[in-house]
Design a protein around this ligand. Structure first.
Ligand code: ATP
Length: 228
């Protein structure tokens, strides 16, 4: 993400893709302006947070007018480097990994799973979606050759750390960890941890213990992606 000229808080940065996706749809439908209340309703972030987020990059909504959709869109597009597709590797072509390979991330996003790795001989050598599956033995070679610096981990938890160590050696900078394992990495590597079982359990807990009312803050709906 190119944020050299504008320093924005990490929490704001995480919401940018959300804003971007909604604004893109608005622009495609020919809408030229949007109020923070409309945005708030659509992306489920409260309007005060949206106004604060937007103020970081100089987008000040005008009273009774709202925000200019195309101005915001061109800002987000630059900030998120939408012109450049980031290549991603996936390790572990099980049920979850296969679902990701079949999912077209490019639809809303600027990322593409470029290669996948597994150790199961039945999977190695096949294509899923249009993604080739290689043996894990080829991990370092392929990542370095294709300059891939982002990886998705969908392997069993007990092999997550040794594979992570190899990813770090192969110059990967970011890992999306879907395993329950807590990973140790040098401080220069970024890990986002998504434990689907824990998230589901936490949702059910909140439903039981904190029933939603209209006054509730809508922020928790954005809690699914956490960085470690
Ligand atoms: P499946 O039904 O295909 O086994 P799963 O998601 O229930 O899927 P897991 O045991 O979580 O299965 O394994 C996920 C994938 O990770 C499998 O395809 C498995 O072959 C692969 N895998 C296991 N160990 C490794 C490893 N050391 N390196 C790379 N891939 C591995």
């Amino acid at each position: 993400m190119n944020q050299e000229s504008i320093k924005i808080p990490q929490a704001t940065a995480k919401r940018l893709p959300l804003y971007y996706r909604f604004l893109k749809n608005l622009s495609a439908s020919g809408k030229q302006r949007v109020s923070s209340a409309e945005l708030s309703e659509a992306v489920k972030v409260d309007s005060a947070t949206i106004r604060r987020d937007f103020s970081y990059f100089g987008a000040l909504g005008k009273k009774g007018y709202g925000y200019n959709v195309n101005y915001l869109l061109s800002f987000f597009s630059k900030a998120l480097d939408q012109d450049e597709v980031t290549k991603v590797a996936l390790i572990g072509v099980g049920n979850l990994g296969t679902a990701f390979l079949n999912y077209n991330f490019l639809k809303n996003n600027n990322t593409k799973i470029h290669v996948a790795f597994d150790i199961d001989e039945k999977k190695v050598g096949t294509h899923i979606g249009d993604v080739p599956v290689y043996h894990l033995d080829e991990l370092e070679k392929r990542l370095l050759q294709d300059e891939i610096q982002v990886a998705i981990l969908t392997v069993p938890a007990n092999v997550a750390q040794p594979i992570t160590d190899r990813l770090v050696k192969a110059e990967v900078k970011g890992i999306l960890n879907f395993t329950p394992a807590r990973l140790n990495v040098p401080s220069s590597i970024r890990i986002h941890h998504i434990d689907l079982a824990v998230e589901l359990q936490s949702l059910v807990y909140f439903l039981k213990n904190f029933p939603m009312t209209d006054e509730n803050d809508t922020e928790p709906s954005q809690e699914a992606v956490k960085s470690e």
